[in-house]
Design a protein around this ligand. Sequence first.
Ligand SMILES: [Zn+2]
Length: 318
Amino acid sequence: MAQQPIDRSRLRPARSLLLLICLLAGAFFSSTQAQSCGSQGIAVQVLGSGGPELQDKRASSSYLVWQDGRPRVLVDAGGGSALRFGESGAQMSQLDVILFTHFHVDHSADFSALIKSSWFEDRNRPLPIYGPAGNDFMPSTVEFVSDFFGDRRGVYRYLSELLVPGENSSYKLQPHNVIANTKPAVVFRSGDLVLSAVRVVHDGVPALAWRIEIGSKSIVFSGDTNGNGEGLPLLASNSDLFIAHNAVPEGATGVERNLHMPPSVIGQVAADAKVKSLVLSHRMLRTLGKEDQTQAEIKKRYSGPMVFANDLDCFPVK
Ligand SMILES: [Zn+2]
């Protein structure tokens, strides 16, 4: 799918020629070939830019953060993302960690497919998995993983060695429940990789937004949220790249609005947080085709560059 035009409105006319050259060179956003994403420096690859509807012809929500040719962090694993993961050239054995924002189907359905694929790779270190704690309505992250791979009741109990390794098993899944608050907190550190989370409101579903920092670069994933509360702008503060979910149009009401941010709220969060660039993903039938309206609403509040995501797009973090 073709990349949407980049918003150049914040740029001063005197710099327009230089800017055009920079844009053509992919200085802000570029959609490079899948196999080369993140070959140098930090980049985010969109594995799934869609929502739950199959007719959007997009994989559901999933993102891969690359550093110098290595995929380090997977965020969510919605339906279709396992295929996109393979197309990206990544291997499960290369991941440092998997993060979940929440456990709706469109964010988690391909988890078991990804894990099964890893069975055929040579991974010798544990694979940590972080996601929300549960409630009466949704499983916790620990429950979610054991509901698949637990040795007694797991759907795929034939792979239970992944949770309770035997003598010859190669690696172990390490699920963790994140007890998140309304203020961002560091959840995970490994070398130059720092992961922080904050609780966000997604109707009654336990949900997290994530900030991934590698060295001086920062990427923030809103996940699904209606934008209520101060946690998301705090988490996204001064981030290099903010990936927000464009699941409902302006004027949405009822359940849709309780679940998701309309464009005006996305724009306000991006402005309050002073993010350096904005990527709009989780595009659904109700927002596809309304990009001009969406962009106009966001621009009333946020003047930085923004772009609409497509599957396998690669966004280098400059
Ligand atoms: Zn969703």
